[in-house]
Design a protein around this ligand. Structure first.
Ligand SMILES: Nc1nc2c(c(=O)[nH]1)N(C=O)[C@@H](CNc1ccc(C(=O)N[C@@H](CCC(=O)O)C(=O)O)cc1)CN2
Ligand SMILES: Nc1nc2c(ncn2[C@@H]2O[C@H](COP(=O)(O)OP(=O)(O)OP(=O)(O)O)[C@@H](O)[C@H]2O)c(=O)[nH]1
Ligand SMILES: [Mg+2]
Length: 488
């Protein structure tokens, strides 16, 4: 017999003054303890009925008038008896109520995430949904909210189950053939193709981790380029307020500035950086070093060039970004001559078209070791055409909307940022181990024994179980739920 679980208590609302503050109890003693604070509530309250009740101290003194809710196990968030006292949102009052519940020896304060952990342990939600609860609480963009909400309603759980069930069936078939060769004869026949299909599905799901990270953490985009190109003016335009200093003096921006925006629901942290040039002053050189570090860390670099920059200069600048993808624009287009007729067409070509038209292998193939900054006429093996470059003006706003759209396209590709399974680094790691075991299983199906094949399929199943929670250790659960807040 498992020992009776403690009844836990915590504030379910933030410990700050607010309209309503909620104290939540979960566990076998929840009703009794809750009723001690709200003696007017019937001994056997109707579950899920909101009782208007008087909350009292130990000697019956009135502390508040609030709502009392009872959820009878297992029809509750945790699957246990749950009681909520919904009081006025006074932090001091809530501490008094909390202290009163803790006078009962059966009650202890909840650990971070413990309500959700109990929901998981009691089979109310699988692990991906439990994690979606934390994602939702932490979400700081509309895309993050929507993706977490989809996770909460089982979007990722469903895709994991679609892998886990056939994998389990395959494992059972293989074990059947191993243990009862006569009865189960032939059940392992198509094991090879079955493994291959499951492996590619695991890989496909794992590939979503990049998008998951973008949604969860937001994208990072840096404006960079030569001094005085109009980066700060463009930054201010994109952010919608005068955040960065702008001046005709080259070298105005010394330190990277950042601002958070939300584009089509996707959180984007924009950086304005110190313009790059040779022979800068000492302080400016420090700023330039920071620009370099930042360029290595962002998801996309937007290179802002002066209208007169040549194709050779452009490709040297692109190399400055190292492995970071670069989107090149011509700034100050309001004062730049239109060099080709198609440039006056509003909006930009889609980024795929631009990519395809670039006569160089792309920023990812570029060397990250170049040390000198391109000056006018810098020699270089490759060259970016200046005529096809999108044109923007931070001053007039021309082309800025198109830039925003192109940057989003580069970051996200097709589809909407919210339509995504929030695959975390943790999930991706488990999926990688799943796929690796399936890779070995595939190999084993050709060259090895059934035991080896089945063993690898078993390992794949175990790794996958870490995502759904069908095979998790207490240690893993500890780490996972530590990132929750108390009361969640
Ligand atoms: N006041 C309050 N609001 C809250 C919560 C809460 O605990 N209290 N939640 C806490 O995170 C979230 C809601 N999540 C919940 C999930 C399941 C059940 C529940 O009672 N489930 C039962 C019955 C389902 C049904 O009737 O359809 C069940 O699953 O059996 C309650 C809340 C957000 N809002
Ligand atoms: N005509 C025109 N002038 C601009 C535009 N953008 C910036 N400028 C002017 O160009 C000068 C430099 O602008 P900044 O935005 O400070 O340029 P920056 O690239 O941030 O410069 P550093 O920080 O020194 O590297 C200022 O005098 C701006 O008013 C533009 O789109 N059109
Ligand atoms: Mg600047």
């Amino acid at each position: 017999m498992t020992p009776p679980s403690a009844t836990i208590v915590a504030l379910a609302t933030a410990p700050a003054a607010g309209a309503v503050g909620i104290l939540r109890l979960s566990g076998p003693a929840a009703l009794e303890v809750g009723r001690a604070l709200a003696p007017g509530v019937p001994e056997v309250p109707t579950p899920r009925h909101a009782y208007l009740a008087t909350f009292v101290d130990a000697s019956g003194g009135v502390l508040d008038e609030g709502l009392f809710l009872y959820f009878r196990a297992p029809q509750s968030f945790t699957g246990e008896d749950v009681v909520e006292l919904q009081a006025h949102g006074s932090p001091r009052l809530l501490r008094l109520l909390l202290a009163r519940t803790l006078e009962d020896v059966r009650v202890r304060p909840a650990l971070p995430g413990e309500f959700t952990r109990r929901a998981f342990l009691n089979g109310r939600i699988d692990l991906t949904r439990a994690e979606a609860v934390a994602d939702l609480v932490a979400a700081d963009s509309e895309a993050a909210v929507r993706a977490a909400a989809a996770g909460l309603s089982g979007a990722l759980a469903e895709r994991i189950r679609a892998l886990e069930e056939p994998l389990r069936a395959l494992h059972a078939d293989l074990e059947g053939v191993l243990n009862f060769p006569d009865e189960a004869e032939g059940a392992d026949e198509d094991a090879g193709p079955r493994v291959a299909t499951l492996r590619s599905e695991a890989e496909a799901l794992r590939a979503e981790v990049g998008r998951g990270r973008l949604v969860r953490q937001g994208a990072r985009v840096a404006l960079y380029g030569p001094v005085n190109a109009g980066k700060s003016t463009l930054f201010n335009r994109l952010v919608g307020e005068e955040r960065a200093l702008v001046d005709a003096e080259p070298g105005t921006t010394r330190d990277a500035l950042e601002a958070r925006v939300e584009w089509d629901g996707l959180g984007v942290t924009l950086y304005d950086t110190a313009g790059l040039r040779e022979a800068p002053g000492r302080v400016e050189a420090l700023g330039i070093a920071r620009t370099r570090d930042l360029l290595a860390a962002v998801d996309l670099a937007v290179l802002v060039l002066p209208p007169e920059a040549s194709g050779e200069e452009a490709s040297s600048w692109v190399r400055e970004a190292g492995a970071t993808p670069v989107f090149v624009v011509t700034g100050k287009c309001d004062v730049a001559p239109v060099s080709a007729p198609w440039e006056s067409v509003p909006g930009f070509p889609a980024h795929e078209e631009r990519e395809a038209s670039l006569p160089f292998p792309g920023p990812r193939a570029a060397s990250a070791t170049s040390v000198s900054f391109p000056g006018p006429g810098a020699a270089s093996g490759t060259s970016l055409p200046s005529h096809g470059r999108p044109r923007v003006s931070g001053l007039t706003g021309e082309g800025v909307e198109g830039l925003r759209t192109s940057v989003l396209g580069r970051l996200w590709g097709g589809g909407t940022p919210s339509a995504v399974a929030l695959v975390s680094e943790r999930h991706a790691d488990a999926l990688r181990r799943t796929a690796e075991a399936l890779g070995r299983a595939e190999e084993a199906s050709r060259v090895s024994t059934l035991e080896v094949l089945s063993g690898e399929v078993g390992l794949a199943l175990e790794a996958l179980g870490e995502v759904s929670g069908t095979s998790v250790s207490d240690a893993l659960l500890d780490t996972l739920f530590q990132r929750f807040c108390i009361g969640k």
